[in-house]
Design a protein around this ligand. Structure first.
Ligand SMILES: [Zn+2]
Length: 575
């Protein structure tokens, strides 16, 4: 039992607040004998009042135990005691299991209410996620997750879906609404949400994002505006749900985990953001080229130090204890924000696609390490250093990602790059990482080029670029012995792989195959390693496509042409 003392005038409201989440129940409300203007509310967790209900589930070859949710009357958790293997894809397995178990969960067996979200792979197998929809809107926090082991057995299910009887209540409530009652507009919802949060004198409120969704209130989905409100003084980020008809604030929580910090960045650079290839180093860069972004998980030191990046080696580092890192290009500090934001984001992306242990620590970066137009990764100090000749290198996120690519590879295969071809692959991979990461946000004509901003200073190409991903170079005839030039042979293969298999699959294979290389691996070693990575990650589903790309490029010998290479001259191929 817990107690809370509040002014009697506020006791009714406080009781509501305590019981709103459904997790607590107020047991008594008594006047404080020592201070009659105050009331003492006693409350207890609701789960203590009801014993757990478990049910046995038997559906053909699946047997399991379910733990029933008191509020929804259907199992919230199901663990398998017997379940059969399957070779189907995790998504297919999950869908056929959900169809079977739909009557138990009281959802529609055709799964028409479920929207597939993603398959997440971890050491525990595959986790398949679906979100529930009601009509055309999603229901917030109504998810189901099916866990499948590597042999294709369903072993666990976590269910937060709203069962049909509660959806019916929601439909009835909507039908019984008086005709003529108007839905709040987005602006009205924002206004209500902003008014509901407190700020001190001089503080600001700003509603940044809204969406119409269903929010379960006492289990019943209620149409509401989801509004995010940012405040200064105190700095908070409120996630709120405002009833779309009554305007009542149904839910409100501050989601900021740590002191928030914001900065301006180019994403990836002004040439792309403005789609203007005529820019020059001294052009006036308009405000529209800057994007305001959150800088995540900064330490409380006031410096740009976080879990994956530290700008510690930079001279005259910027320090802001109020989280305001809103600099423009002319400001000292802008490049530090660029490097922090872009490396932090690409590292989180690596983790999201399944690699949670590659360079999962702060890399040290000097954003203005040398005056020439050159940047580098040092395998000795494990740090990055960016040059300031021409357009400062750290002003172009594609240069940042290229250099971080070297660091990734060194972390996966320490000392990588002891042969000409492995060095060239290092350059090719850096270009691929940058091009692949930003391709989907770039105008079509820039998509297969990299570093369009850094290069305005020196490139005579149109569009200006450092290198291209779509060269016709063949192996071995176009090898020049210069790693960046030869790297274009490799990056072109990886780029074709992305076109053939899609971004996610290509990136996963490319990163994964680095684990299978050694320090002096050649192009052919790496092509074979990509095939092996595909066997491990995708049961060899893309083997033919992968081999074709490397055969056409001359890197793998062509078995249909007497194992000759596409890129070999006639004399070489008969030798
Ligand atoms: Zn490089």
């Amino acid at each position: 039992m817990e107690t809370r003392t509040v002014p009697c005038s506020a006791s009714a409201r406080e009781k509501q607040t305590i019981e709103k989440s459904g997790r607590y129940r107020v047991v008594s409300c008594d006047t404080d004998p020592h201070n009659p203007q105050f009331c003492r509310l006693s409350y207890e967790p609701t789960y203590t009042s009801k014993p757990a209900i478990t049910v046995n589930i038997s559906l053909g070859d699946f047997k399991g135990k379910g733990q029933v949710s008191h509020s929804r009357g259907v199992p919230r958790r199901i663990s398998a005691t017997a379940s059969s293997q399957s070779k189907a894809s995790p998504r297919k397995i999950a869908e056929s299991f959900l169809k079977k178990i739909a009557p138990t969960l009281k959802i529609k067996p055709d799964l028409s209410q479920l929207k597939f979200d993603k398959v997440k792979k971890t050491l525990l197998g595959s986790h398949v996620l679906f979100q529930q929809r009601h009509g055309s809107k999603v229901i917030s926090s109504a998810w189901v997750r099916v866990d499948i082991d590597p042999s294709g057995r369903v072993y666990y299910l976590l269910n937060d879906l709203i069962p049909e009887p509660l959806l019916n209540k929601s439909r009835k409530a909507e039908e019984s609404r008086k005709p003529g009652v108007k839905r709040l507009t987005e602006d009205q919802a924002k206004e209500i949400a902003c008014a509901a949060v407190e700020v001190s004198k001089g503080g600001k409120r700003e509603a940044t994002s809204t969406e119409l969704a269903y929010r379960p209130i006492s289990g019943i989905p209620t149409l509401a505006w989801r509004v995010i409100v940012h405040t200064t003084k105190p700095r908070k980020e409120w996630r709120m749900y405002v009833d779309a008809f009554t305007g009542a604030v149904l839910f409100q929580r501050n989601m900021l985990a740590k002191a928030a910090a914001f900065g301006y960045v180019f994403d990836p650079n002004p040439v792309v953001m403005l789609n203007n290839t005529k820019l020059e180093n001294y052009s006036q860069i308009p405000e529209s080229a800057y994007l305001r972004v959150a800088l995540r998980d900064l330490a409380k030191t006031g410096y740009l130090d976080g879990p994956y990046v530290s700008t510690a080696p930079t001279a005259r580092r910027v320090k802001r204890t109020n989280g305001n890192f809103l600099f423009r290009r002319k400001d000292h500090g802008f490049k530090e924000v660029m490097v922090y934001y872009h490396i932090d984001r690409v590292q989180r992306h690596l983790q999201e696609i399944g690699f949670d242990n590659i360079l999962n620590r702060p890399i040290k970066v000097n954003v203005a390490g040398q005056r020439n137009d050159n940047s580098y990764y040092s395998p000795d100090s494990k740090s990055l250093s960016f040059g300031t000749g021409g357009v400062d290198d750290a002003e172009d996120a594609e240069v940042i990602l290229h250099e971080y690519g070297h660091a990734i590879q060194d972390d996966q295969m320490p000392g990588f790059g002891e042969s000409d071809e492995s060095k060239a692959m290092g350059e090719g991979f850096g270009d691929f990482l940058a091009a692949s990461f930003f391709a989907d946000m770039k105008p079509a004509e820039l998509r297969s080029t990299v570093c369009n901003w850094d290069s305005v200073y020196y490139s005579a190409e149109n569009p200006p670029c450092l290198r291209r991903m779509d060269s016709n170079k063949k192996y071995p005839k176009d090898i020049k012995g210069e790693e960046h030039s030869d790297g274009e042979i490799w990056s072109a293969c990886l780029w074709q792989l992305r076109t053939a298999l899609g971004r996610r699959t290509a990136e996963r294979l490319v990163i994964a195959h680095h684990f299978l290389l050694n320090r002096k691996a050649g192009f052919q070693d790496a092509a074979e390693a990509l095939v092996i990575a595909d066997e491990q990650l995708y049961e060899g589903r893309h083997k033919e496509k992968i081999r074709d790309i490397f055969i056409q490029r001359g890197i793998l010998p062509n078995p249909k042409r007497g194992n000759r290479r596409a890129g070999a001259s006639f004399a070489e191929s008969i030798a």
